[in-house]
Structure formats: C-alpha cells, structure tokens
Design a protein around this ligand. Structure first.
Ligand code: FAD
Length: 455
C-alpha cells in the first residue's frame, strides 16, 4: 500500500494551484486539490476575466461617440448594468465549469472545501484528513482594507463586480492598477469618479512618464484625482457616503471603493503551528524552487507575494510540477514580464522603467514619442499615445518598453519576446515598420531624449 494518500495535495484551485495540479497529474502523480470558494480562483472568478469584460463594456461609449465622425449615426444608446452583470456572470459560470472539467479529465481529485495543514504531510478538509508526500499552498490573496473608522462601508473589487445598480458617483481609495482600471470602467459607464491617493502619482512602480501621462488622460475624461490625500473616516449618510481626509475635508460619493492592496491568504491555514516562515505581510517565504522552509511544503502564486500576476502563478505552478514529477528541475525568470493596465487608455509595459535603468546602468538612452493616434484625427478625441524605449547606452540593449494608448497591452506582449531575445536598439531600427499602425513608432524612434544629468 502507498505510504501517502496522494503524491501532491494542493490547497487552492486558482490559476497556480490548477496549473501545478494538472501538470503533476499529467506525469502520473496522484493529485488532490481542495478549494474553499469557486474553482478558477481570483483571475477567473473575481479578477482578470470579469474585470476585462467590464472594461470592454466601458469602451463602447467612446466607440459610439467616435463613430459619428466616421459617418455613423451619432446617438449613444442606453446602457443597462444588470444585463452586463448577468452576461458576465454567465461567462464566469461557463469558465468555472471548464476549470472543474479540466481537473476531472486530468485525473485530479477535487475536494470542494477549505483545507488546513495538520502536519507537513497531512491536510484536513471538511473534517477528513488526507496525507500527501508533497503539499502545495496556492491560496492566493484577498483585498486588504485601510484601518479607518467606517471602512466596512467601502466595497472592494470583489463587490464592484456584483453591484445591483451603478452608483451616480464613486470615490476610489488607492492608486494601483486595480483602482485605475475600475476608475476607467465606472467613468466609461458614465459614473462620476474620484480617486484618492496618498502620494503624488498613480501606479507606483510604473515608468514615471507613463504615470504622469495616464493621470492627465484620466483627468481629461473627467476623473478627479486627489493626490497627497489620506482618508481618515468613512460615514454613511442619506443617499451615499462621506469620506473625511487628513485635512478634515469631506468628500461625498454614492459609493466608496477601497483598492488599497491585497494580503496573502495565510490565516488559519495551520502555517504558524507547522513553523512555515512568513514575512511581515503574511506572505509565505519561498526560495527560487518555491520551497518553504518546511521540507515537502511548497507555495506558489500570490500567497508568496513575488509577482502577483496570473501567468506568473501558472508558470510557478508548472515549474514546480516539472521539478517534482518530471525529473526536470525548473525555475522561472521574473525578468521582462509584460504587464498591462486595462485603463482607458490602456498601458503596456515590459522591462525596466527609466528610473530602474538609471539606478543599474552607467549610461541610459531614452527614446520617447507622444502623438494623437490617426483614429482620432477624424473623431476629434483629445487622447494621446505615449511610447518610450529605455536602452542601455553602452551595449545598446533595449531594457524597457512602455506604452500608453489603444492596444498597448497587445503591442507590448510582442515586444517582450524581443527583449527576452536581447534585442538592441539597432534590431528595432532595422525592423521594417508595419504601416499605418501605432505600433510602428516603436521601430521608428530616432531622436534620443536629452539626458537630464547633462542639461
Ligand atoms: P488565486 O487565483 O487567488 O487562487 C487561490 C484560491 O485558493 C482561491 O480560489 C481561494 O478561494 C482558494 N483558497 C484560499 N484559501 C484556501 C483554503 N484554506 N483551502 C482551499 N482553498 C483556499 N493578473 C493578471 O495577470 N492580469 C490581470 O489583468 C489581473 N487583473 C486582476 C484584477 C483584479 C480585480 C484582481 C483582484 C487581480 C487581478 N490579477 C490580474 C491578479 C491575478 O488574479 C492573481 O495574480 C492570480 O489569480 C493569482 O493566482 P493564485 O493561484 O496565486 O491565487
């Protein structure tokens, strides 16, 4: 009889857990996975997918308005939020079903309950104990709220996807990508939007030029950005809520949303009892092989707070399965990971920001262009594109590509391949442009931006 019930027991059936479990099972491992909520996890159920469907919905107003200059009838048809939410839910149900089916056909045993570690080889699920040679923690994260009075009145991205009706106005606390994306969604659907941020600019960690340019575009769309402003209190009143800031000013809105970061799901998992090391924020500490400090216990995805993106969780999960069950030791690279922000207009970015490059390289060349895209020459829309290349001034390797503008995420995904191949500025230059397109500007950039240190 086998020593353990399973070769791998995964806690959490989100992007990472499902990918690791299926890959392990494909190599003949006996795999079980438990899920306390819905199979598919954050990305499918309450993240990337439903959000992107709402982004699509929010883009139609622009399209209807712009169509007028192209000869189409100019009226903007009525919008019905409940229809959008019902259709979105139907699609999420469909994907949830596909994920469950994929686990079944892969031969993975699905236990639809929360799990808890009992020891390094035992997981308890719904009162029953299962043993496994290896245990994988892939429990993801959950919105974290600022500790201020009245914050229980605020919704998070979870509830934003299920509102019964659209508010007339919303105040969003936070300036990360989730805040910016939901601000764009709500504004696109006609809601008055205010963003409240502690710092000067949105989107910490993104290239500064892009951050400034996006803030301007959002303002042009009527989104108010309250910079250097901290909320201290939320109070419910007639017809809405009032947020008081650190200067005592009051800001009213029909709805308040907190998009103030996420914390790893590590509470009540039995990790402390087992001695699994975590950082101050509760993220599980792992090495490059996704090993925790406890032998045979692994962690991947958002719960490790390395790079909180779906494709990263999937890649970490598959790498672990390769290592454990295919005699193919695999680690993943976190360099040149392309990311998008699905704001209006969207962002695409890969590689180093200008600030990161200047901190690491002796000489950095910057190429930048900003223009009004051809589509808006007729529509008259005052929306600009910004494109930027960050280049190592010595080797001429392209270190970063950043873009704000229509289709930026689609364009930058392709450029990520070039960066991973070590493309130089000369490689970009000898690439013939695809005309007429916005993307062609990335291979037509000639003039270096003056080095600020030499001005
Ligand atoms: P998750 O997908 O969160 O899965 C963890 C699962 O574990 C959950 O289903 C949870 O219910 C379950 N679980 C937790 N505790 C237990 C337990 N004790 N027992 C059993 N099950 C448990 N990423 C992108 O790449 N692109 C995007 O555009 C994007 N948009 C996003 C938008 C929003 C609003 C949010 C919130 C996130 C977005 N992300 C995006 C991030 C992405 O969703 C996550 O990085 C990804 O889902 C992480 O996968 P994971 O497997 O680590 O965790």
């Amino acid at each position: 009889m086998a020593e353990f019930d399973f070769d791998l027991f995964t806690i959490g059936a989100g992007s990472g857990g499902v990918a690791a479990s299926r890959r392990a099972a494909s190599y003949g491992a006996r795999v079980a996975i438990c899920e306390g909520s819905r199979v598919g996890g954050t990305c499918v159920i309450r993240g990337c997918v439903p959000k992107k469907l709402l982004v699509y919905a929010s883009q139609f107003r622009d399209a209807f308005q712009d169509a007028c200059a192209y000869g189409w009838d100019s009226h903007v048809p009525a919008f019905d939020w409940p229809t959008l939410i019902a259709n979105k839910d139907k699609e999420i149900d469909r994907l949830n079903g596909i994920y469950i089916k994929m686990l079944e056909t892969s031969g993975v045993t699905l236990l639809p309950h929360f799990g808890r570690l009992i020891d390094k080889h035992t997981v308890e699920v719904a009162g029953k104990r299962y043993t496994a040679k290896n245990i994988l923690i892939a429990t993801g994260g959950w919105p974290s709220l600022p500790e201020i009075p009245g914050i229980e009145h605020a919704i998070t991205s979870n509830e934003a996807l299920h509102l019964g009706h659209l508010p007339h106005s919303i105040l969003i606390i936070g300036g990360g990508y989730i805040a910016v994306e939901f601000a764009s969604i709500f504004r696109g659907l006609g809601v008055e939007v205010t963003i409240m941020i502690r710092g000067e600019d949105l989107l910490n960690g993104f290239d500064d030029d892009i951050r400034v340019a996006l803030a301007q575009e959002l303002r042009n769309r009527g989104i108010e950005i309250l910079a250097r402003t901290k909320p201290v209190k939320v109070v419910e009143g007639a017809g809405g809520f009032t947020v008081t800031d650190h200067l005592g000013r009051e800001h009213s809105a029909g709805l308040v949303m907190a998009a103030t970061g996420r914390r790893p799901n590590t509470r009540d998992l039995g990790l402390e009892e087992l001695g699994v090391e975590m950082d101050k924020g509760g993220a599980i500490r792992v090495d490059e092989w996704s090993r925790t400090n406890v032998d045979g216990v692994y962690a991947i995805g958002d719960v490790t707070d390395r790079m909180a993106l779906t494709p990263i969780a999937i890649a970490e999960g598959r790498a672990l399965a390769e290592t454990l069950f295919n005699d193919n030791p695999m680690r993943i690279s976190y360099d040149n990971v392309a990311t998008g922000v699905f704001s209006l207009p969207p962002l695409g970015t890969v590689g180093l920001t200008e600030a990161e490059a200047r901190a690491r390289y002796a000489k950095v060349d910057i190429y930048r262009t900003g223009f009004r895209p051809m589509k808006h020459t007729l529509s008259g829309r005052e929306e600009r594109v910004l494109m930027k290349l960050v280049v190592d001034g010595e080797s001429q390797r392209v270190l970063g590509c950043h873009m704000m503008g229509m289709d930026a995420p689609e364009i930058v995904q392709g450029l990520a391949i070039a960066l991973n191949c070590g493309a130089t500025k000369a490689d970009f230059d000898r690439t013939i442009a695809l005309h007429p397109s916005t993307a062609e500007e990335f291979v037509l950039l000639r003039e270096k931006v003056a080095d600020p240190q030499k001005l």
